[in-house]
Design a protein around this ligand. Structure first.
Ligand SMILES: Cc1cc2nc3c(=O)[nH]c(=O)nc-3n(C[C@H](O)[C@H](O)[C@H](O)COP(=O)(O)OP(=O)(O)OC[C@H]3O[C@@H](n4cnc5c(N)ncnc54)[C@H](O)[C@@H]3O)c2cc1C
Length: 453
């Protein structure tokens, strides 16, 4: 590749903070919230013009409850739901055989509530800045370099928490990063969109009264009788559409009821082979998904009950990324840990979502269920060989298969909370985050409402 030499230059230091959280998605919001307090200066950086990350693309939050119906995600994640519910912007946690539980949220309300929380906690939010590099002294991260319309600037921080989903900070800091399965295959991304004027009752009736005909995955008809629902299945309808010459990128029809009575969110575009860390690849994904939307919409209108008069109302502001970089951490959680419900002494979050791998090739998915919830050890948040940095959310220390379970937003919020609290304790104790007293961390998390088993 042709290269040019970029000259070294002095750049302004925009801020010096105690804890710097990069990325304002589910993990970043709770990380910043948990870090704030005790007079610490906490700052949250976000490249977009709002907080929420994937909480804003029309997805329900999965698995606040585990396979036995026990609520394993509590703490700050539950506080967010309570605040949303108080303004009619979230439902309760509805049990589901396939997803353990789902909780519908209003994406716009999430943006408002997240900002309110940051204001109350005194977290300084800076949007429209993209973290492009890190500042290091030896093995320790001492801050980040940001790019924005104001140019290139530095932010110095005693501790940085990477909540970028893609592990941008960890990657720039030289942590060992992994991508995908043994062949580098990553779960494909999806551009979410919603449709209005759907006859939701007609869809509900079709599934309840003709369950076998509509071929639902692990979903008994009772789940659809009342209230919100998610469909995963209708494989027979997709086959019919394909026989009629409509190209559909997925094997299953995934539809999610919204908060409005005539609203359905469609989780059915899928572009295999996209790598969100390469702009040309992500661009290809966005462009291709917009094309796919036309076929998926035609399919729904012609082959799925309730959609005949429906129209596309909103497209998510960006294509959602299921998988990209994982950070090599002091411990890498495995699918076996999850399926065996393995317990760890340094558990800082308990999660309940099963292994749910959208195949890198083709249009299908594999789901593997354990018998109970499982622990997430603190070591999964501590990158190997890099100090001053924690990784929380999708980019934490999980193998490809384990990440297919821990990626759900309830778990990301619980892990974000643990990272934020650990950063606060590290500063109080005057130690690196890797040396935090995990017993103290666990007891503080429990005291403030987190569930650790
Ligand atoms: C199509 C799809 C369907 C899914 N379905 C569900 C579901 O139904 N329920 C569920 O619970 N989970 C679901 N998931 C998983 C879940 O949405 C994600 O795994 C989760 O949101 C990850 O949270 P996060 O905080 O790690 O990252 P994100 O939600 O991606 O947030 C990262 C934030 O960091 C910002 N950022 C990124 N890079 C930088 C940078 N360099 N500088 C500054 N800011 C940056 C981003 O703008 C973003 O706001 C789905 C995911 C996808 C893609």
């Amino acid at each position: 590749m042709k290269t040019i030499h970029e000259s070294a230059r002095d750049i302004p230091v925009r801020a010096e903070v105690d804890v710097l959280v990069v990325g304002g998605g589910p993990a970043g919001i709770t990380a910043a919230e948990a870090a704030a307090g005790e007079g610490l200066k906490v700052m949250l950086l976000e490249s977009r013009g709002y907080l929420g990350g994937n909480l804003t693309i029309g997805l329900p939050i999965l698995a606040f409850l585990d396979i036995n119906g026990k609520q394993c995600i509590r703490g700050l994640a539950q506080n967010l739901i309570d605040r949303l519910a108080a303004r009619g912007a979230a439902t309760g946690h509805k049990r589901c055989k396939n997803h353990m539980s789902f909780t519908m949220i209003d994406p716009e309300a999430v943006k408002d509530v997240a900002l309110e929380i940051m204001k109350e906690k005194g977290v300084e939010v800076l949007m429209y800045v993209f973290v492009a590099d890190t500042i290091k002294e030896g093995d320790a991260v001492k801050g980040v370099i940001i790019e924005s319309k104001a140019g290139r600037e530095a932010i110095l921080a005693k501790t940085v928490i990477d909540c970028t989903g893609d592990g941008d900070v960890a990657a720039r800091a030289g942590a060992i990063m992994h991508k995908g399965d043994a062949d580098g295959g990553m779960q494909p991304p999806t551009l979410m969109y919603n449709m209005r004027n759907v006859d939701v009752q007609a869809l509900r009736d079709a599934i309840v009264l003709h369950h076998d005909e509509f071929d639902m995955d692990v979903m008994p008809p009772e789940q659809f009788v009342s209230g919100t629902f998610i469909t995963v299945g209708l494989r027979t309808q997709i086959k019919k559409a394909q026989e009629a010459g409509i190209d559909i990128p997925v094997a299953r029809t995934i539809l999610i009821t919204g908060l409005a009575p005539d609203e359905i969110w469609v989780n059915m575009t899928r572009v295999n082979g996209v790598d969100s860390t390469l702009p040309e690849s992500y661009t290809y994904g966005e462009v291709t998904a917009r094309e796919q939307m036309k076929n998926v919409t035609a399919y729904l209108k012609r082959f799925v009950p309730g959609f005949a008069n429906a129209y596309v109302d909103k497209v998510a502001p960006f294509m959602g990324i299921r998988e990209s970089r994982q950070t090599e951490c002091l411990y890498m959680l495995t699918a076996d840990d999850i399926l065996q419900s393995r317990r760890f002494d340094d558990c800082v979050a308990v999660a309940g979502y099963p292994v749910d791998i959208h195949h890198a090739k083709g249009g299908d998915c594999t789901m593997l269920f354990g018998k109970d919830n499982y622990d997430i050890p603190y070591r999964c948040l501590v990158p190997k060989g890099v100090e001053g940095l924690l990784v929380a959310g999708r980019c934490s220390g999980y193998t490809h298969e384990a990440m297919a379970a821990t990626r759900v937003m309830s778990t990301c919020m619980a892990v974000g909370e643990a990272a934020g609290r650990a950063a606060r304790i590290a500063l109080r104790e005057g130690v690196a985050p890797s040396k935090v007293d995990v017993a103290a961390l666990r007891s503080e998390l429990k005291e403030t409402g987190a569930y650790l088993g």
